[in-house]
Design a protein around this ligand. Structure first.
Ligand SMILES: [Fe+2]
Length: 262
């Protein structure tokens, strides 16, 4: 089976169950060394990956502010479920799109896509136990934007998706977890522990590939990162940063100093 074809099929599937099945198939083939990395597959720019009709996607600003009431907490759980759904697509898109990388790149991101299906599954199962499911609330459509914007260059993608968007998750998860611990939704705190530990690994993979590519291209990682941040985000990155988690994810001291300086 061709890795790019299978990743594209999973990425574009509008059915959640099918997307998960295709991703698991990709993972099984990967760990059993039965994937073909050679064949080139047509690369399209994707403004909208496969997703179900619901949730209804709205502009970021129009999602009602979530509060600490029960329904507010459930909406927060749903929002995290949506992030995990997007994370599956983000990993699949990186596999499908950047077809000239070493085999290890695909093996790494297939592992990430697989773990994102597990995160999504854990949260959706918990939503079901609460009497809800993925799609029951509006969700914001900003998450795919950075994937779409960085589809021209694997270096830009590695700089901004794992190292900015996913790393932001490491910064904010502990405080969200604390809110769940002090609520009627304590199982969510346990789910977040699983997610947090996996996300450290995912950011670490992003850091590895960003630095490997910089080395290959003889680019200075810090100034290259700074240029991508200026180009695509246009403003400084916001803290506070979870320095300990970022260190575990292999951000260097120079990079952590850069973040805290800005
Ligand atoms: Fe995740």
């Amino acid at each position: 089976m061709n890795v790019f074809k299978l990743a594209y099929q999973a990425l574009m599937s509008p059915c959640v169950e099918e997307k998960i099945t295709f991703t698991h198939q990709l993972y099984d083939l990967s760990i059993n060394h039965r994937l073909n990395y050679q064949l080139q597959y047509p690369i399209h720019s994707i403004s909208d990956p496969g997703r179900p009709d619901r949730p209804n996607l709205v502009r970021f600003q129009s999602v009602p502010k979530r509060d600490k009431s029960n329904i507010g907490m459930i909406k927060t759980i749903h929002a995290i479920c949506h992030i995990e759904f997007n994370a599956i697509n983000l990993a699949l898109d990186g596999i499908y799109r950047f077809q000239k990388m070493a085999d290890k790149f695909y093996q790494n991101w297939i592992q990430v896509a697989f773990e994102e299906t597990q995160h999504f599954g854990l949260i959706n199962k918990y939503l079901n136990e609460l009497g809800y499911q993925y799609g029951d609330f509006d969700a914001h459509n900003g998450l795919w934007r950075m994937a779409h914007e960085t589809d021209y260059d694997v270096l830009a993608r590695m700089a901004l998706v794992p190292r900015v968007l996913e790393a932001r998750g490491l910064d904010v998860t502990p405080s969200i977890q604390k809110k769940f611990l002090n609520s009627d939704f304590q199982p969510m705190a346990d789910i977040l522990t699983v997610i947090f530990n996996d996300e450290i690994k995912h950011v670490k993979i992003g850091n590895y590939w960003f630095h490997t590519l910089c080395l290959e291209k003889k680019l200075d990682p810090l100034s290259t990162f700074d240029q991508f941040v200026k180009k695509h985000i246009g403003k400084q990155l916001h803290g506070p940063f979870n320095i300990e988690a970022r260190r575990l994810a292999d951000f260097s001291k120079t990079e952590l100093d850069y973040l805290q300086r800005h």
